[in-house]
Design a protein around this ligand. Structure first.
Ligand code: FES
Length: 108
């Protein structure tokens, strides 16, 4: 099992998932209100926007710059070129055990 930590400014929620599940699946297990995932992981809504922790951003599979994920993220007013990712587009691998994700409230 792979442990994932979702951080807010004042709290941390942790969950375990299996390899091959997505970061959105992990968030759904915890009913995280900041990640609504309106399009159910189809890379169409942008409501699963998160910031990957500074210590982890270079350890996960990088974003593909010409992807739909990049397009959706760039439309967000919270877009951060370095840390922004869509949770539904991150497939969990065993080496992601301990991954820290910072939550943002995506309203647009
Ligand atoms: S759930 Fe809609 S883009 Fe990720």
């Amino acid at each position: 099992m792979i442990e994932i930590h979702f951080k807010k400014s004042d709290s941390v929620s942790s969950v375990t998932v299996n390899e091959g599940q997505t970061l959105l699946d992990a968030a759904k297990k915890l009913n995280i209100s900041e990640i609504t995932g309106d399009c159910k992981g189809n890379c169409a809504c942008g409501t699963c926007h998160v910031y990957i922790d500074d210590n982890w951003i270079n350890r996960i599979e990088p974003i593909w710059s010409a992807s739909l994920e990049t397009y959706l993220l760039e439309k967000s007013k919270h877009y951060n070129e370095k840390f922004s990712r869509l949770a539904c587009q991150i497939e969990i691998k065993n080496e992601y055990n301990g991954l820290i994700v910072n939550l943002i409230k995506e309203t647009s």
